[in-house]
Design a protein around this ligand. Sequence first.
Ligand code: ARG
Length: 265
Amino acid sequence: MQQSRFLMCPPDYFEVAYEINPWMSVERLVDRKRAEAQWRAYYELLSGPLDAQVELLAPAPGLPDLVFTANAGLVRERIFVRSHFRFKERRGEEAHFEKWFKSRGYRVKTLDLPFCFEGEGDALSMGEELYTGYHFRSDLEAHEQAAGILRSDYFALELCDKRFYHLDTCFAPIDSQSALVFFPAFESCSQMILWETVPDPIRVSEEEALRFACNAVVAGQNVVLPSGCPNVSKELEKRGYAVYALDFSEFIKAGGAAKCLVLKL
Ligand code: ARG
């Protein structure tokens, strides 16, 4: 089996300094020590027992959400389609991501302004297909351009619940057959697309979706997801996956968990 490769960024400057999604409140302080320990446990699990190759991006002061590398862009082979964030609070991250990919020899592509694109947060591969989420953060036009650059077919899905503002908060492809899906986060036509194109959708309850069950990462035959999601874990185990449930409480305060903290390389 091919080794998984991910980009992560240590949480040295992570905090909730502004509010750009319903999970964030500047009044609910992040416990820095806990965040650091949670991130480290996750990093060590991926790079150790799960045998993934994890590359690191240097953290930068003033960019508290840089830890959520999933939003850097979208990578296919040696092409990096860079994000353009919806909110000015995160736009400072764009140059950091671009620099990292340029220095490693990737072909960096940007999309036409003013369209927004938030990378793997809103664009996930399942087998040969690309699934994209639009409305709150990324624009449909951006996905059309990104898919064109990558010469990929794509299914555009409209998000409709602001608690699930990125695609990776309500949809997680597991392999070419199965995906975790929290259906109510999608407009009805988009729900139909999912029913018709995903051979084995694993329906996630609202209770577990709110614990970020869909914010899961696959590495080989392993899946990492936030703790407190027993039903999803059971479904994945039935399908032959080993499930690792970790505590992401500090990152959930910013609206992210396992998937948001990694970008597939
Ligand atoms: N605070 C960040 C934001 O609102 C969280 C990003 C989570 N990332 C993700 N891929 N869902 O932009």
